[in-house]
Ligand binder design. Sequence first.
Ligand code: THU
Length: 132
Amino acid sequence: MKPRELMAEAVKARRRAYAPYSRFPVGAALLTKDGRVYRGCNVENASYGLAVCAERSAVWQAVSDGVREFAAIAVTARDGRGAPPCGSCRQVLNEFSPNLWVYWRDARGRILKRRLSELLPMAFNLRQLRAR
Ligand code: THU
């Protein structure tokens, strides 16, 4: 699936965003290694700190469905707003697929593309926990 196609799924996911506080709706589409797509949107709360990002919503959906191997994720805010994934989401994505492709749009609408390992170098992971 091409970045543009996955991004179109992220745009669909954004329509479900619940973002009355920030007014910054975000959508994410997570492509699994076997070609399925899980969508996620940001879900905010009156207790502001409880907001969950679109990317993590998509990961929770996939993992809850028994899927843990991902090839790519596309993330989008509204037109004119760039939305590279936040640090917390990078860490969560790294748990399952450190080599993931990450696609997001810049403020001019261009799709940018990087490996997660480039966005989160020297990440903390299971290996550190197990090393002795
Ligand atoms: N947000 C995301 O959903 N993903 C990101 O990568 C950046 C931020 C959401 C969280 C919050 O609901 C709103 O955008 C403003 O920070």
